[in-house]
Design a binder for this molecule. Sequence first.
Ligand SMILES: NC(=O)c1ccc[n+]([C@@H]2O[C@H](COP(=O)([O-])OP(=O)(O)OC[C@H]3O[C@@H](n4cnc5c(N)ncnc54)[C@H](OP(=O)(O)O)[C@@H]3O)[C@@H](O)[C@H]2O)c1
Length: 305
Amino acid sequence: MSFDLNKIPDQPGKIAVVTGANAGLGYETSLGLAQKGMKVIMACRNLEKAEQAKADIVKQAPGADLQTMALDLSRLASVKAFAQAYRDKYSTLDLLINNAGIMFSPYSKTEDGFEGQMAANYFGHFLLTSLLLDLLPDTPDSRVVTLSSIGHRRGTGVINFDDINAEKQYSRTDAYMQTKLACLMFSQELQRKLASAGRKTLSVAAHPGASDTELARHINPFLANILRYTVIPFVTHSPKNGALPTLLAALEPNVRGGDYYGPTGFREMKGPPGKATMSTYSQNQEMAAKLWDLSVQLTGAEYSF
Ligand SMILES: NC(=O)c1ccc[n+]([C@@H]2O[C@H](COP(=O)([O-])OP(=O)(O)OC[C@H]3O[C@@H](n4cnc5c(N)ncnc54)[C@H](OP(=O)(O)O)[C@@H]3O)[C@@H](O)[C@H]2O)c1
């Protein structure tokens, strides 16, 4: 499936929520959607940064319809407050882009008792989706797009059900990979639940390959600089290109629920967007159902289909 954003028709009257919209891929995704005439809610934890990003987008897309709203995904209370504030203002939602994320951060435990990366990347989005899902109209154009990573196939490659919040042992890299595996399994399981309830809304996953964004902020600056001037230019693509799989998943008419998109070049690190590779484990329905049940238990999310 070749994808050209320029060939996607304008989408006036539609509304999208993009988490982590102030930087990197979320910024480019918001810009792309705004250029298609969608109203974009930039759901960000730092409203000052969000307002700056909004102003930058408006410069590139005059007339863009954007609103910033506060959302800290690492706090369930903030997720609930965001969903309530959204519902107070809007009665419908066409696209939910579960984009925000952190990578390789030092160990932290959130106020809800979650490991920091699992909280921001996965549990927050799991709860957020449950609180907005009923606003999505029953059409295949309404979608939940969740960001995974090539990394879902790395790390341990499994969900550590015995210690999902890394209280016994913490590896920054394994913890990040687990969050991205959890995001992909969530996207798949959500699609199965939507389909078995007869809902036409699609759940789709995407990954950007490798893109030099602010995600690397927790990598040692010395090492990051060496990489930036050696390997990175060869194996990464721009955030604008990195956002294309997400935009494809969100806007392309031929997308099917449960699909997973990413760059199609060498090792899926860069290149034009298309179908991406899922690990065998990420497609294990028994494990996905187990993760879903655990996530319901830990976040208190109430899904109704
Ligand atoms: N870049 C890559 O090569 C790559 C590869 C694979 C997957 N991904 C995925 O792509 C997504 C976007 O990453 P990126 O590369 O664009 O990184 P980025 O430039 O660091 O942007 C991440 C965004 O997420 C926001 N965020 C972080 N924690 C949050 C929280 N607790 N609540 C709300 N927002 C939060 C950040 O806000 P602040 O600015 O306030 O920190 C920022 O807006 C992530 O899910 C990441 O895992 C990226």
